[in-house]
Design a protein around this ligand. Sequence first.
Ligand code: KG4
Ligand code: ZN
Length: 363
Amino acid sequence: MRILGLETSCDETSAAVVETSSRHKVSLLSNVVASSLPLHARTGGIIPENAAREQVKFIIPVIEQAIFLANCEERRAKRPNIDAIAVTYGPGLIGSLLVGVETAKTLSFAWDKPIVPVNHLIGHIYANFIGTNPKSEILNPKLDARRYSLTADIDFPAIALIVSGGHTDLILIRKHQSIKWLGGTRDDAAGEAFDKIGRLLNLPYPGGPEIEKQATKGNPKVFDFPRPMIGSGDFDFSFSGLKAAVTREVSSSKYKALSMKFKSDLAASVQQAIIDVLISKTLKAAKKYGASSILLGGGVAANQKLRDEFELNAKRYTLDAKIFAPEKSLCTDNAAMIATAALFNYKPIEWKKVSANPELYFD
Ligand code: KG4
Ligand code: ZN
């Protein structure tokens, strides 16, 4: 089974080809990502119409490149040697989503291949199933001299924490295709909090990676920011109060300008507050449901401090669960995770029945 995946839910335009020969072996043959992030950095955030226009520019070039790198062109048949097309159909920005969905439908019609619609959030979870395997032979030397194959040791039940710019959700996965939503944010997502606080500190967009950089030079104990809902008995989150506390701190700061030290201490303190809440809730869920694995996913999962503290705290709580986080480039939006999610949740449908759903969530 070989799947071409497409991802266009926000500001990344991505195409990838994944292949499986048996149920337990996945190979990533190509993963091409074109990002319009530099454009949005200039406007300090994403303007949906700009993002959609960039999607239109890049969608065909990334598909061509992904098929070329995967060596699955069939020149005579004028279509690639694939079995299905997987596409993100939501959630996301409607203009951006439409580019991927309508392209997938057109290709499905032209190539006579079925479509597997994929929930973007479930895609983030499945980025964990693409692991580097240094021992295996290099399948495609053009692919960064690396070959990815399935990490076989992800056992169920698993708890997944999805932390992105738009979402913060805790999910229980009993097995493939059996997913239960446990809780999510009531207001801002964790990535959104990073981005908004980054803006308060005059850091470039997106704020997450910039706050992480600043935090390495700061002391997380300088500012005692709230850990919202850390003790609530449920699996919900809230980050808007934290943003308000940081706003108060910044506006009442004695410093005339935001000094480097103030910025780095504040970044370290706010990062710690967000990490403490994410870890506490996830480990509680893991304990309650007897999880064998904890899967991190979404852009914020690229944060090294978050990854390190998950490992440390799981040991401290004497949890048996193993912690998994995708390779950092696979934490942010990419089509490899969409194609991989489709491999494990293979429900192909006719192109006529697929439509973009910007509000898509969990059942
Ligand atoms: O998953 P993603 O690429 O897009 C969405 O689906 O939203 O996530 C983007 C989010 C942004 O809010 C960005 O600030 C955050 O992920 N992010 C990070 C880091 N890298 C990206 N947050 C904290 N630390 C990072 N290293
Ligand atoms: Zn995402």
